[in-house]
Design a protein around this ligand. Structure first.
Ligand code: NZQ
Ligand code: ZN
Length: 387
């Protein structure tokens, strides 16, 4: 078991109707709010009106139109400008992971004198930030409970995931009923994203019985509940469990004391989204089984056996490589069964930029230090196998 240093400052408020606590929570941080949101889903579900009604006594500025795979320019830069010009006290992010991630970059960027990209690219480190409160409306990223953010910069094909302890939301509101309207595509992609967050922590050198059990249960919970949510989008119990399982995804709690895996599938997917602006969870679902096949070896096989037996119930008396291969094929079949396109060509990606993307990943994602190191040739192979 590895040493660790862990602190999660975020207050989680969970359940139906918890929005009523919003004014009391916002009051702790001040009266000038920057309300951030995406392309309009929060208006369609009545959440925008509810927030405005509850916060009638506050001064609210707005940044709307934050896109999936949130963009540095204009969204982060516009948000920083609004905060600086108006002395914003607190950011209220309402939406999915993209709105939260963008708000995180705004929160630190607004308290920094230089180019906010310095903070995202680790050229500089934040010393202060504007507090963030969020109302998450999509179960997927876990951004509501972690200090990570992922920001895209179109002109350089960069999509950078970074961590900064200033980025933990102070308070996250999690009401599963707000996820009833999430489309089948985004529900399935969210499930694949959250499953991959667990896999990125499960497939490593050093784990514990405790963490393995927690993560195996997380994977089973995500698969069972995603199927229920797709059958009945208004199944409260399924949406609720899905939401909480996703919330744990990236804040480290699933794998305290584990060795690092290097998060290879995320490293690869960042390039796919950066070059082609695809849905993050779909890119991960496509890459994951190909990456698994690529790294299966005498060194890794026992992890796959454990995964296959405990998550998919594969017969433990079979040959270890047979179990591992069945586990990989079950993973693929599950993603396919929930409607995810399982080939890059289906999401508009052909072979033309694979070499360029592999180079970009090799230079930027540090995967030579992953549990199973990946060099440029490995990346070309995984991407080509995913076509
Ligand atoms: O823009 P609006 O109109 O709000 O619509 C969104 C968007 O089109 C829609 N949506 C959200 N809530 C909805 C809804 N539609 C109907 N009803 C609702 N209640 O869903 C679409 C996708 O939203 P987005 O926020 O992009 O999805 P997600 O939450 O999956 O976030 C993806 C982003 O998060 C990053 C990804 O890379 C990607 O950029 N990640 C962030 C992480 C983190 N901070 O820890 C970790 C993840 O690994 C991930 O990389
Ligand atoms: Zn992810």
């Amino acid at each position: 078991m590895q040493n660790f240093d862990y602190q999660t400052p975020t207050r989680l408020i969970f359940g139906k109707g918890i929005i009523e606590k919003l004014p009391e929570v916002m009051n702790q941080f001040g009266k000038k709010i920057l309300l951030t949101y995406g392309g309009g889903s929060i208006k369609k579900i009545g959440l925008y009106d509810k927030v405005k009604e509850l916060l009638a006594d506050f001064e609210i500025f707005e940044l709307s139109g934050i896109q999936p795979n949130p963009k540095y320019d204009p969204s982060v830069l516009d948000g920083v400008k609004i905060c600086k010009e108006n002395n914003i006290d607190v950011i209220l992010a309402v939406g999915g992971g993209s709105v939260l991630d963008c708000s995180k970059a705004i929160a630190t960027g607004a308290k920094y004198d230089g180019d906010p990209w310095d903070l995202i690219s680790y050229k500089a480190f934040a010393e202060d930030s504007i507090p963030i409160v969020d109302i998450i409306t999509l179960a997927a990223t876990g951004s509501e409970y972690d200090c990570g953010g992922v920001i895209s910069r179109t002109e350089t094909n960069d999509k950078i995931g970074y961590m900064d302890s200033h980025n933990y939301p102070m308070v996250s509101f999690l009401d599963p009923t707000y996820t009833f309207t999430v489309s089948k595509k985004q529900t399935a992609a969210g499930c694949a994203d959250a499953m991959n967050h667990i896999m990125e922590q499960y497939f490593c050198e050093d784990s514990t019985l405790l963490n393995d059990g927690f993560m195996e249960a997380g994977l089973k919970s995500l698969m069972a509940n995603a199927v229920k949510c797709l059958e009945n989008p208004q199944d409260y119990t399924a949406r609720a469990e899905m939401m909480l399982t996703c919330t744990y995804g990236c804040n480290g709690i699933y794998s305290l004391g584990n060795s690092q895996s290097g998060w290879p599938c995320h490293g690869i997917e960042h390039a796919l989204s950066a070059y082609y602006d695809i849905t993050h969870g779909e890119g991960l679902a496509i890459i994951t089984p190909r990456w698994m096949k690529h790294i299966l070896s005498e060194k890794t096989v026992n992890r796959f056996v454990k995964y296959g037996v405990n998550v998919f119930g594969i017969d433990s008396t079979l040959d270890k490589f047979e179990i591992a291969n069945k586990a990989i094929s079950e993973t693929y079949k599950f993603f396919e069964s929930i409607g995810i396109p399982m080939h890059l060509k289906e999401v508009g990606i052909d072979e033309s930029r694979i070499v360029e993307m592999a180079h970009h990943i090799a230079v930027n994602e540090g995967l030579e230090n992953a549990w199973v190191p990946l060099n440029e040739n490995d990346l070309v192979k995984i991407l080509t196998d995913s076509l």
